[in-house]
Write a protein that binds this ligand. Structure first.
Ligand SMILES: Cc1cc2nc3c(=O)[nH]c(=O)nc-3n(C[C@H](O)[C@H](O)[C@H](O)COP(=O)(O)OP(=O)(O)OC[C@H]3O[C@@H](n4cnc5c(N)ncnc54)[C@H](O)[C@@H]3O)c2cc1C
Length: 442
């Protein structure tokens, strides 16, 4: 098939889903996957849609962020979510799969599709034909990454992700933290968690002793100075953090009238203040250790972590700076981006981002604009994050309820979650009806 209408690069989670979605809508697709000619440092199997680490797509229940996203993807006819359910293995409330069978099933479905041509080759540059869809993921091969970087500018493509935890705003104790910016220069943009000397020293000791995730060989590279894990800084000496990211300079706790010994600053992730980022707390601590140690910080003892910290290799775009509302490069609107490369984080999120990119490409081919789902939905919340997050501090995001706008009424936590789910489902179905996006046959 030499007459493909769309070229997709990358047959991982996003690319496989996108190829299926387009092909089922009658579009001829060339899917370029470099395996087995070349492998990223994490991929090992020649199959498409390979899961490189855990075999879990997160919780199944519709009342969870992952469950809601699965439902939305399924409503749009996601092949990968459908196959994940077919290849599920017992895993309590999680949707976990037999990774080998999952990948084999996807590979078989795409290989047998008359509108999909799979080409096993390394793409060294963005394809010249348009539309093109790049879904090469967090470990995009070097030559292509360099070409992309060349097109959009060096400062907009990242290769390393130093992620600080994100907290649910409503779980922060406002009777302890205080809003202020250093020297009150830019208004009270931050929430500050004050630590006295004893609390600070106990925190530093706990950081140094806590269990860490060991970097993989391909991740063991020099990190930028500003991206050092907090435990690495703590290990340099008891005062390093108090003179570094936790310095209290220019901050006075209004409750004591004094400068605290140290502070952890929380920076808002969204306009409404539903989500707060722990500034400078990127970490390689294991998840349980993060929850335990960070909850020693005054004001966030009972915080809900919507995302935990990590430091790992990750190629991704500064989406709010370089992508349009339809996941196309602003500088080259014929090139769309899907999956983790677009700035989402996680298996399921990457599938959904590939699916959305396919819908946008399909709309472009038909000469009509497909609006993204409303922000009340999980897919829409993720898409809005890619559009509206602050480009200066942009980091990839996973699905969570903090992405969805607050409800007009105050409700207890569990009820609030259910109300958000109901609102999301209604808004999603209405969007599907309004733009006549129909789920494809599987
Ligand atoms: C080491 C690691 C572990 C992870 N673990 C998890 C986890 O446990 N749970 C989770 O939810 N998320 C995890 N993620 C994050 C993320 O969800 C996955 O990486 C996910 O697979 C991303 O989907 P994708 O389709 O964007 O990219 P991928 O699934 O990585 O697919 C990209 C595809 O593009 C191909 N490719 C790359 N460059 C080229 C090129 N130039 N030419 C042709 N083909 C190319 C690759 O071979 C690959 O098949 C992990 C990420 C990494 C790096």
């Amino acid at each position: 098939m030499g007459d493909a209408e769309v070229t997709i690069v990358g047959g991982g989670l996003a690319g496989a889903e996108a190829a299926w979605q387009l092909a089922q809508r009658g579009v001829r697709v060339a899917l370029i996957e470099m395996k087995p000619a070349a492998f990223t440092p994490a991929h090992q199997d020649p199959g498409l849609a390979e899961l490189v680490c855990s075999n879990s797509f997160g919780a199944r229940g519709i009342e969870t962020a992952a469950g809601l996203l699965q439902w939305e993807a399924s409503t749009l006819g996601s092949l990968l979510v459908h196959e994940a359910r077919r290849q599920a293995v017992p895993a309590g409330r999680a949707l976990a799969v037999d990774r080998k069978k999952f990948s084999s099933a996807i590979t078989a479905r795409l290989s047998a599709h008359p509108a999909i041509q799979i080409r096993r080759e390394v793409a060294r540059a963005i394809p010249s034909s348009r539309p093109a869809l790049l879904c090469t993921g967090p470990l995009t091969a070097d030559a292509l990454a360099r070409d992309l970087q060349h097109r959009i500018g060096e400062a907009s493509l990242y290769f390393q992700d130093a992620i600080s935890p994100i907290l649910l705003g409503e779980s922060i104790d406002r009777s302890v933290v205080f809003p202020a910016s250093r020297h009150d220069r830019t208004g009270a943009d931050y929430l500050n968690c004050p630590l006295d000397r004893a609390t600070y020293e106990a925190f530093v000791a706990a950081l140094v002793e806590a269990d860490q995730v060991q970097p993989r060989p391909f991740e063991d590279q020099k990190l930028f100075h500003g991206c050092q894990p907090i435990e690495a800084l703590a290990a340099r000496g008891v005062d390093t953090l108090a003179f570094g990211p936790m310095r209290p300079v220019g901050l006075v706790d209004p409750r004591t009238g004094k400068r605290p010994h140290a502070v952890v600053q929380l920076r808002r992730e969204d306009k409404e203040g539903l989500l707060w980022n722990m500034v400078g707390c990127q970490t390689r601590l294991k998840h349980g250790a993060q929850r335990r140690v960070f909850r020693m910080i005054p004001g966030i003892e009972k915080a809900v972590f919507v995302r935990l910290g990590s430091v790992h290799r990750n190629t991704f775009l500064n989406a709010p700076r370089v992508l349009s509302d339809t996941l196309a490069l602003r500088q080259d609107p014929g090139v769309h981006i899907g999956g983790q490369l677009a700035g989402v984080e996680g298996y399921l999120e990457s599938i959904v981002c590939g699916l959305m990119a396919a819908l946008f490409v399909h709309g472009a081919l038909a000469g009509r604009l497909v609006p993204p789902p409303p922000p009340e939905t999980m897919t829409g919340g993720l898409m809005r994050y890619l559009r509206e997050a602050d480009p200066a501090t942009f980091q990839p995001m996973n699905a969570n309820f903090g992405l969805l706008p607050a409800l007009p009424q105050r409700l207890p936590r569990q009820q609030r979650r259910l109300a958000k789910v109901e609102r999301a489902r209604a808004a999603f179905l209405e969007w599907v009806r309004r733009i006549e996006v129909v789920g494809v046959e599987r």
